[in-house]
Design a protein around this ligand. Structure first.
Ligand code: MTE
Ligand code: MO
Length: 412
């Protein structure tokens, strides 16, 4: 994609920025990564992160949270949240807030009054807070790979978190600054300010359906009650509750109102789900016609306890975990099976703090001595559920795992 010229504002182009031609006030310069033979721990890569995180890649960051750490808190603390960068902007190497007094967001494209709005102007508007599941669409890739080989980092269940974002609804900003999308507008394309390492690679951006953006999106300025850390998109990130994490564009610098989805690599070649099943092990070329982007999250549930492979005392065992979906229909049922899915028992479902957040559930089970595999699945009010056999969901990129979860334990 040709680099755009910014119509106004102080910001340099993304590529100039990456080249370091302009110094940003208040942003910690990224530490140069030591090229050690061993991958450094997450706290070395991103000061403030937990040492327990699993580093698949240090450049760009692909860092998972071990499931017990995901399960340890109702609200995932910032130091434990997984990280996924597609490029590696230097400023992303810190958990500190990205103080950006001069940051601007440009509103461009099919709008009556295109304009550039400063973050300070946005900050002054009424804010909302949403507790949401932040989940990479690659979460669960390791389970896909048990069916047939897939490409990409083998995320288990830990490319997810339950967090609270606070910020200004996009609709509020559009109203206030009279940015009026015209009737031809169908998508909003959000550009991140990060630029790829190789100039020939694509910038990071995603198109989202206009209606969802107007209904749900907000410009997040805070995470868990604190200024948004740089690594998680600070100073400002576009968040659309119910969508997969890839759509929550970090370091958002421009929103383009458009009649068509962008043809950007990250929108068309990756981050999509095919409309029809893909044969196990087969290659697949995504196009706009044969697939749809990772927008709404699929219904999913994960067992938090007992842990995978746990050895425990026979008798009464409390099984617990979480379920969620895209927040568009109520999660009705979470049920567990101990006989491979022939019979199911309903878990007790807690009222969630938000329809976009984890829905906690639990069920006591009586386990006789021996090995047990416990399955779990959620069903929402639209009847959407999770497959017992995920072969029809398999895809070569290992995207959007939503299979029935399974935990095997030994009771003695
Ligand atoms: N600008 C920008 N936004 C981005 C990305 C990126 O590479 N650049 N990665 C996306 C992907 S694929 C995911 S899963 C989430 C990860 O969010 P986190 O790093 O805050 O956990 O950010 C999304 N937003
Ligand atoms: Mo992702």
């Amino acid at each position: 994609m040709a680099e755009h010229a910014r119509t106004a504002g102080w910001q340099p182009s993304r590529r100039e920025f990456l080249a370091g031609s302009v110094a940003l006030a208040g942003l910690a310069a990224g530490q140069p990564f030591a090229q050690a033979a061993e991958t450094p721990t997450a706290d070395k890569l991103i000061p403030g992160k937990s040492t327990r995180l699993i580093v698949y890649k240090s450049e760009p960051f692909e860092i998972e949270t071990p499931l017990d750490l995901v399960a340890a808190n109702r609200l995932t603390p910032a130091d434990a949240i997984f990280v996924r960068n597609n490029a590696q902007p230097t400023w992303s190497a810190t958990l500190a807030p990205a103080e950006q007094p001069q940051w601007t967001i440009e509103f461009a494209g099919l709008v009556e009054f295109p304009r550039v709005v400063s973050l300070n102007e946005i900050r002054a508007l009424p804010q909302v807070e949403h507790e949401i599941v932040l989940q990479c669409s690659g979460n669960g890739r390791a389970m896909h790979s048990q069916l047939a080989p897939v490409k990409g980092s083998p995320w288990a269940h830990g490319a997810m978190a339950n967090v609270r974002f606070r910020g200004v609804p996009l609709r509020t900003v559009l109203d206030k600054f009279e940015v009026r999308p015209n009737s031809a507008t169908r998508f909003v394309t959000a550009e991140g300010f990060d630029a790829p390492g190789k100039p020939s690679d694509a910038d990071f951006e995603h198109s989202l359906p206009l209606q969802d953006v107007l209904d749900r999106s907000f410009l997040a300025l805070e995470l868990n009650g604190k200024p948004l850390p740089a690594v998680h998109g600070g100073p400002v990130r576009l968040v659309t509750p119910g969508f997969y994490g890839t759509m929550h564009v970090k370091w958002v610098s421009r929103l383009r109102f458009e009649a068509q989805e962008t043809v950007n690599y990250h929108q068309i070649k990756r981050y999509r789900n095919a409309y029809k099943p893909i044969e196990l092990g087969a290659a697949f070329e995504y196009t706009q016609e044969n697939s749809e982007p990772h927008w709404n999250m699929r219904v999913k549930s994960v067992i938090f306890g007992p842990g995978r492979g746990a050895e425990l005392k026979a008798g009464r065992v409390m099984v617990n975990g979480v379920a969620w979906n895209d927040g568009q229909a109520r999660i009705d049922v979470v049920e567990l099976s101990r006989d491979g899915g022939q019979s199911w028992q309903r878990a007790e479902l807690e009222k969630p703090s938000s329809r976009y957040a984890w829905h906690h559930w639990q069920l006591p089970m009586n386990l006789a001595p021996g090995k047990h595999t416990i399955l779990c699945r959620a069903i929402d009010a639209w009847g959407r559920s999770q497959p017992l056999d995920s072969t029809a969901d398999w895809n070569p990129a290992g995207y959007c795992w939503r299979g029935v979860d399974a935990v095997t334990v030994t009771a003695t």
